[in-house]
Design a protein around this ligand. Structure first.
Ligand SMILES: Nc1c(NC[C@H](O)[C@H](O)[C@H](O)CO)[nH]c(=O)[nH]c1=O
Ligand SMILES: CC(=O)[C@@H](O)COP(=O)(O)O
Length: 183
């Protein structure tokens, strides 16, 4: 089956300065969340990254939680962990699509986010994907965040000089109301 085929995994990035990552996890399916979290923590620890963990009720709250955290803290990156299992109604599509799209939009704003929100047909599919000894999607999401952080740091002191300003305390972000922060 295509889903069990091996894929290429990039070498773990190395950092010369501390890295601080926020894991935002929904325990909606707690056993699945536990597996994802175990894999993500192991990957971050192997890279020497520090991390904190916060919980949100469901996958839909995860992007909002990351957006709030990014405006009010100093994390280098984020790992989103959760699981959405198809039910009887169309709500599955809403939770899957909106959480994924919102994470991508945050990413396009410059946030370094690994998406480890499983979107599956049944619990069995989730179990093999969450298992740190199996597909280890939590570890994969943490690795994705680390690669984005490494890229952001690689270009940290580079600019085309055409008015682009890296995100920072003096950069106006969506939701900011302080006019003095306008970049
Ligand atoms: N059905 C699943 C949900 N639904 C809950 C939403 O994420 C959200 O918390 C609620 O609509 C309140 O805003 N969440 C999951 O993480 N997984 C599901 O399968
Ligand atoms: C992904 C969901 O929100 C899903 O679990 C909801 O189930 P249902 O469509 O049966 O209400």
């Amino acid at each position: 089956m295509a889903s069990s085929e091996e894929h290429t995994v990039l070498a773990r990035p190395e950092f010369d300065k501390p890295v601080k990552v926020l894991i935002v996890v929904s325990p909606y399916y707690s056993d699945i969340a536990h597996g994802l979290l175990t894999g993500a923590k192991a990957e971050l620890s192997a890279a020497g990254a520090d991390f904190e963990v916060v919980e949100m009720p469901g996958a839909l709250e995860i992007p909002t939680a990351i957006g709030i955290s990014d405006r009010r803290s100093n994390f280098d990156g984020y790992v989103a962990l959760g699981c959405v299992i198809r039910g009887e109604t169309t709500h599955y599509e809403t939770v899957c699509n909106d959480s994924s799209r919102a994470l991508q939009l945050l990413g396009l704003q410059g946030l370094c986010i690994g998406n480890g929100i499983l979107t599956v047909e049944n619990k069995k599919q989730a179990e093999v994907r969450a298992d740190p000894e199996g597909q280890n999607k939590g570890g994969g999401a943490a690795a994705a965040a680390l690669h984005l952080i490494a890229l952001a740091r690689k270009w940290a002191h580079t600019s085309k000089g055409i008015g682009f300003k890296p995100r920072g305390e003096d950069t106006l972000m969506a939701g900011d109301t302080d006019g003095s922060k306008i970049a």
